[in-house]
Each structure stands twice: as structure tokens, then as C-alpha cells.
Ligand binder design. Structure first.
Ligand code: HEM
Length: 508
């Protein structure tokens, strides 16, 4: 009978540690470094006596334990991280003066975090969901965070709708059940701009087989400024060199029970065994003139920029070759912030991006504290400014003055950054404009009719039916109405799929 090992790099992690330690023994210490005489017993009066308040070893241990968890991310709570480098392979200095792209061959250290979106820290890796794909570039000009996903578009395009959309992905606040299918399909069917991304999420790409086998996209529209001050809009794509691999719904459900950490395990094992995953990075470029003439809104993140009009331009590649030393310190505490842009990369008027520019810094101040950029994983190579103190301060800035202007050689405005700051001519009436009724179906139709194969269309329909069957009939009818606007056959086939279930008739 042949036998095979069930152990992999993740199972051997502790073994590896003890091997490296050799024979050297270390004493246990308190959090302030004092050696502990007896770790496994509290200080009691006799065998059954009460514990003494002077047992500072126990108090140190318990007090730290009850503070081990910080608030989990309100979205993207579960994830996996790794480190590596980004290398420029093609010259794009005609578009941007960002130093990270300054010359072919240049390498920049990066950290990447992949994530699930909807569930909490403990939920299974193979649930149908979007996947986050965020990259932190440690550049000469400070931190650049590109906080992307594995699909090129998003469900809603106005940040005002984001918290509401996330609520319908999460637990019903009364029943504590997720997904709540009425909540989900109610919102999806009432906001037709969600149709395009909904089709993608229910396609095969809704359940990747590994984080290594999926593409990533910056999703929102950004802008570049070159050394001459010329301004263009851009989108970021990072395409996997491992090839795309997805799981069927049935297989994903089995794995969710058997190995809920399936994606985290895969990434860790691949890197631990030297099978380093890599992606090629591309950009799409649109000039302001093209943006003004575009038949679709280039700042609408529910739409792609058609590759036929805006081809992918190669930029570089990145490789992940190091697992984190501490999951908590380097993955749980990593903070990506969409507002972390470097000179040469700017925001665009994309409404979703605009909301994101505020939100990430705000959530980090809540989740990680005001000095979160001083944590080693978040820290740039150099900081010199006039900020001081606050909770968990690590940096003193070597006695430099803490006020500006000053006469004592404190840091000054950066001439290059000033030259690269674009002058934006902005005018208009400030008002709230609901953009949900722009053309929501043309690109969804292209996806359904021209991109998906007949087999893929069949699985898409089954996947939609497997969620929509639980919703009440009013919401089902409204959803089918929207899918029929994409393609009549799509709507008809979803209806047929639902007809095999007893309908939940209601009046809303
Ligand atoms: C206004 C819209 C949005 C808001 C308010 C928002 C808010 C947030 C918040 C609060 C977090 C948790 C961050 C943390 O605690 O560390 C987060 C994480 C994340 N968001 Fe968004 N988000 C928005 C839209 C998007 C979009 C359109 C994308 C698509 C690219 C996206 C991708 C991500 C990713 C990848 C993460 C995880 C970052 C990590 O790995 O730590 N978000 N978002």
C-alpha cells in the first residue's frame, strides 16, 4: 500500500522554527523583558489560596491577552499577505514622472494583501465573493498604495452607496444570517448599475482557485502627470502569470467545509517552497480630450475601458517571494490607503475613488491608531514633517523642530512635488446627481454575449439561480427584468431555472 504525506509548509512552520533555534535555550520574560521564574503557575496563598494582586506576571499575561484583537476590517476582514518586489520592464515616463517607474530595471519592494470582501475573519476562503488585491509600494517618494480587486469593475459608482451595498452583503442585523437573499437581490435589482459586476461575480471568476491564479485591477480611474506637467487618466491592471483558475460552486462548497483556509494555505505553501507567484502590470491611458468625448463615463467604476479603444500598455512585473514573519504585525496591521499617492500619480473625479480617498485613512485611525504609518509594515523609508506624539509614537524625528516655518533647518516644501502637482480647472454647480440611470446594460451585454462561452453562460445562470431562488417573487421579478435588459435569453433562462422551485409570493 502506498502512503503519502498530508503535511505541507504550513504544517511544518513550528518544526522549522525549532530547527532554526538549535540547542540554545531562552528564558521567558514579561513584556518589559524581566525573566519569569515560573510560567505555568499563578502566585497563590497555598494550594487553594486566592491569587495575589502582586502577581504581575499573571496580570501582564491576562491584560495583554484581553487586548489581543483589534477591530477587524469592516470589509475585506479575512486575507493573506506576502512580500516581494516590483520591477519596471517598460518605459512609461512619457505618461508619469512617478519615481517608481523612472527607469527600466528599477526594483521597488512591495507588500501585497489578498482578501475576501464580505465575511468576517473566520469565514471560508471559497465563498462566492469579490477578492481584494492590494499592493503597497515602498518607493523613494514614500508609500504608494494601489488598493485593487480581482474584478475590473465594482457594483456601485457613487461612494454614497458603498456602505448600503456592503450592508446587503453582510449579515441581516436581526437574524445574523448572511447572505440574506432578499436584502441582497432587493438592492441589486433596485440599483441597475450593479448588473455588470453582478454578472462577473456570478461567473466562474466569483470563486478563484487560488490568490495566485487571479488577475488584479486598480478598478478606479487615476491620473498620471509627466515631467512636463502633462496630465492623462489611467487604469491599472495586473495579470497573473500562473493562469486563471477557478472553482465550481460545488467544489468550492466542499472545500469550504474541509479546508476553510484554502487560499491562505495555498499562497503560504507556494512561497515557502520557492514557487514564487508573479503578475505583469499594465496600464490603460486616456487623454482628457478622449475622456470628454467618451460615449461612456470614464470615471464610472461599473464600466471597463474597452481594450479595443484603450489597449493594455505593459509597465512591469511583480513577484511575491517572502511570507510574513508575523501575520498580525505584517498582515493584520498593514494599512492600505487609496489616498497614499506619490508625485506623478493623482486622483481622478471618479466618485467612488473620491469617497475612498477619505475612508481608508479614517478607518486606519480607528482600527490601528493615529500613528499607524509608523508601524514597520506601513512605514515609508523616510518621514520628515511637523507631526509629533500621539498614541504609540515610535519616531522622534531626531530633535528636528516641530513647527513651520522655522529658522532651524526643519524640512521644506518639495520643489519637484510642487512642479508635478496638476492645476485643475474645475467649475460647475454643486449638487447631488444620482448617476444610477446612465447606460447600465451595454457593457453587461458585451460580457454576456461576446466574452462568455456557452458553457460559462450556463454556469453563470445556475449560479444566479442558486442565490435568487431564495428571494421573494417581487424581487425575483425585478431582478429578471434587469437581466432581460442585458439579454432576453439570459432573463428567460433564469426564469426557467427559478420555475423548478416553489415561489415565495408576497406583496411588497
Ligand atoms: C467609497 C467606496 C469604498 C469605501 C468607503 C471602502 C472602504 C473600505 C474600508 C473601510 C476598508 C477596510 C480597510 C481597513 O480597515 O484596513 C476597505 C478595504 C479594502 N477595499 Fe474598499 N472601500 C470602497 C470601495 C472599494 C473599491 C471600489 C474597491 C475596489 C478596488 C475596494 C477595495 C478594497 C480592498 C482591496 C480592501 C482591502 C485592503 C487590505 O487588504 O487591507 N474598496 N475598503
Amino acid at each position: 500500500m502506498s502512503t503519502k504525506s498530508v503535511r505541507d509548509a504550513t504544517s511544518n512552520q513550528l518544526l522549522e522554527y525549532s530547527r532554526k533555534q538549535g540547542d540554545e535555550k531562552q528564558s521567558i520574560t514579561t513584556s518589559w523583558g524581566v525573566p519569569i521564574p515560573e510560567k505555568d503557575a499563578s502566585l497563590t496563598v497555598g494550594y487553594h489560596g486566592p491569587t495575589l494582586l502582586q502577581d504581575w506576571v499573571l496580570i501582564d499575561e491576562l491584560a495583554h491577552f484581553s487586548r489581543e484583537r483589534i477591530p477587524e476590517r469592516v470589509v475585506h476582514a479575512k486575507g493573506a499577505g506576502a512580500f516581494g518586489y516590483f520591477e519596471v520592464t517598460h518605459d512609461i515616463t512619457q505618461y508619469t514622472a512617478a519615481k517608481v517607474f523612472s527607469e527600466v530595471g528599477k526594483k521597488t519592494p512591495i507588500a501585497v494583501r489578498f482578501s475576501q470582501v464580505a465575511g468576517e475573519m473566520g469565514y471560508a476562503d471559497t465563498v462566492r465573493d469579490l477578492r481584494g488585491f492590494a499592493i503597497k509600494f515602498y518607493t523613494e517618494d514614500g508609500i504608494w498604495d494601489l488598493v485593487g480587486n480581482n474584478l475590473p469593475i465594482f457594483f456601485v459608482k457613487d461612494s454614497a452607496l458603498f456602505p448600503n451595498f456592503i450592508h446587503v452583503l453582510k449579515r441581516n442585523p436581526k437574524t445574523h444570517i448572511r447572505p440574506d437573499y432578499d436584502m441582497f437581490w432587493d438592492f441589486i435589482s433596485l440599483r441597475q448599475e450593479t448588473t455588470h459586476t453582478t454578472l462577473m461575480m456570478f461567473s466562474d471568476r466569483g470563486i478563484p482557485d487560488s490568490y495566485r491564479h487571479m488577475h488584479g485591477y486598480g478598478v478606479n480611474t487615476f491620473a498620471f502627470v509627466n515631467a512636463h506637467g502633462k496630465f492623462v487618466y489611467c487604469k491599472f491592471h495586473y495579470l497573473t502569470n500562473q493562469g486563471i483558475a477557478n472553482l465550481t460552486s460545488e467544489r468550492a462548497q466542499q472545500i469550504a467545509g474541509a479546508d476553510p483556509e484554502y487560499l491562505i494555505r495555498d499562497l503560504y505553501n507556494a512561497i515557502a517552497t520557492g514557487d514564487y507567484p508573479s503578475w505583469n502590470m499594465y496600464i490603460q491611458i486616456m487623454t482628457p480630450e478622449q475622456a470628454a468625448a467618451s460615449p461612456y463615463d470614464p470615471f464610472d467604476d461599473t464600466k471597463v475601458w474597452l481594450h479595443a479603444d484603450y489597449p493594455l500598455i505593459p509597465v512591469g512585473k511583480f513577484v511575491l517571494n517572502k511570507n510574513p514573519n508575523s501575520y498580525f504585525a505584517e498582515v493584520e496591521q498593514i494599512g492600505f490607503d487609496v489616498a497614499h499617492l506619490i508625485p506623478g500619480i493623482e486622483p481622478s473625479p471618479d466618485r467612488m475613488l473620491q469617497g475612498r480617498l477619505f475612508n481608508y485613512g479614517d478607518t486606519h485611525r480607528y482600527r490601528l491608531g493615529i500613528n499607524n504609518t509608523q508601524l514597520p509594515v506601513n512605514s515609508p523609508f523616510r518621514v520628515s514633517n511637523y507631526q509629533r506624539d500621539g498614541q504609540s509614537t515610535l519616531s522622534s524625528q531626531s530633535g528636528a523642530p516641530n513647527y513651520h516655518p522655522n529658522s532651524f533647518k526643519g524640512p521644506e516644501n518639495d520643489r519637484r512635488a510642487r512642479a508635478l502637482a496638476p492645476v485643475l480647472p474645475i467649475s460647475g454647480d454643486a449638487k447631488r446627481i444620482d448617476s444610477g440611470q446612465d447606460d447600465n446594460f451595454t457593457q453587461a451585454r458585451l460580457l454576456y454575449e461576446d466574452v462568455l462561452t456557452p458553457d460559462e453562460r450556463g454556469r453563470l445562470i445556475n449560479n444566479i439561480v442558486s442565490w435568487l431562488k431564495y428571494a421573494n417573487t417581487v424581487i425575483q421579478d425585478r431582478s429578471i427584468g434587469n437581466f432581460s435588459k442585458v439579454n432576453e435569453d439570459l432573463g428567460r433562462r433564469i426564469r426557467e431555472g427559478l420555475n423548478t422551485y416553489i415561489p415565495q409570493h408576497v406583496n411588497l
